[in-house]
Design a protein around this ligand. Structure first.
Ligand code: ATR
Length: 296
């Protein structure tokens, strides 16, 4: 097809176009429409992916309306990931362990299957830079919120056995550790809850540090942890994605520590959702290159 006709068809859609989207509140900042529409156009798949500003009290109606319009799948972001759980007909086991849904697949008979692709996104991005087995590594995870649940499931499914979980509200870290260790498949793992400001954190023995707190979303945020006592090989993985980088990433760079930022997780969680809906692999390198300016 010559380019103009192609872009017009892609812009307007037609009676065969299948509807995808993302529900969130707020939603305007979401990069998902760009990532998915670029990938769909590249593979010439007749779907359109739209952002939907869905307020919490409209979630159930939005799901019903989306299904009625023939929507085939959507992502969910803040604040809907936990609220979607009871609205699903079936849950993927990973979404069940995490206790949150970020991807919904709507089957032809209307059955809604809830997935969580954040854990896959986290682990795939980690594996792009760090191939060593996780079983004998000391891993320090900061935070105990929604994002942390997916990170812990990813680490445990990836073979991690020794995790220190440090959070400002230590009770939340304890509750999260108890919840995950109640799954029999994690019997042989250890998750130790600690307060975030615990001054005896064995920083020099940490192989991988993961920040899942929301600190870093704003440039003026303080560091969740001072890194000065970290060993020279500690990998610093900050799942916050900010186009200017975060204070933690800047501090790690200044100390010469290896860094993984949140971009890989963002792209790979999208790639897994894309595959669930379309059955096709997302052109990840094209997304990195054309949307984020990252060349191989
Ligand atoms: P998300 O879904 O993004 O994980 P969340 O569930 O609100 O969001 O969790 C935010 C995390 O960042 C929590 O671990 C929170 O610590 P608390 O459990 O003590 O609230 C952490 N966090 C947010 N602001 C923080 C701050 N100023 N200092 C330290 N930790 C902070």
């Amino acid at each position: 097809m010559e380019p103009d006709a192609y872009s017009r068809r892609f812009l307007f859609g037609d009676g065969e176009s299948r509807l995808l989207g993302v529900f969130g509140d707020p939603i305007a900042h979401s990069l998902s429409p760009k990532i998915h529409n670029l990938s769909l156009a590249q593979l010439d798949l007749n779907y359109r992916y739209l952002p939907f500003h869905v307020r919490p009290n409209h979630l159930k109606a939005a799901l019903a309306g989306f299904k009625a319009l023939g929507g085939v799948g959507f992502n969910a972001t803040v604040p809907h990931k936990e609220a979607l759980l009871p609205l699903m007909d079936r849950l993927d086991p990973v979404a069940n362990k995490i206790g949150a849904v970020n991807t919904v697949d709507i089957q032809q008979d209307g059955t809604c299957v809830g997935y969580n692709t954040d854990a896959y996104g986290f682990l795939t991005a980690l594996r792009e830079q760090y191939s060593a087995p996780l079983a004998d590594k000391n891993i320090l995870v900061l935070g105990a919120g929604g994002a942390c649940r997916a990170v812990l499931v990813a680490l445990l499914d990836g073979g991690a056995k020794r995790i220190l979980l440090a959070n400002r509200t230590v009770e939340r870290a304890k509750a999260l550790a108890d919840h995950l260790l109640s799954f029999s498949e994690y019997d042989n793992a250890r998750i130790t809850p600690l307060p975030l400001n615990f001054n005896q954190l064995p920083q020099d023995q940490i192989d991988i540090l993961v920040n899942t707190t929301s600190l870093g979303l704003h440039n003026s945020d303080p560091l969740p942890l001072d890194l000065s006592r970290m060993g020279p090989q500690t990998l610093v993985y900050d799942i916050v994605y900010s186009s200017q980088g975060t204070p933690l990433q800047a501090r790690a760079a200044a100390l010469g520590l290896p860094i993984v930022d949140g971009l890989g997780m963002l792209i790979h969680q999208a790639a897994r959702a894309f595959q669930i809906w379309t059955g096709e692999p997302m052109p990840v390198q094209l997304v990195k290159d054309q949307i984020f300016g990252i060349n191989p």
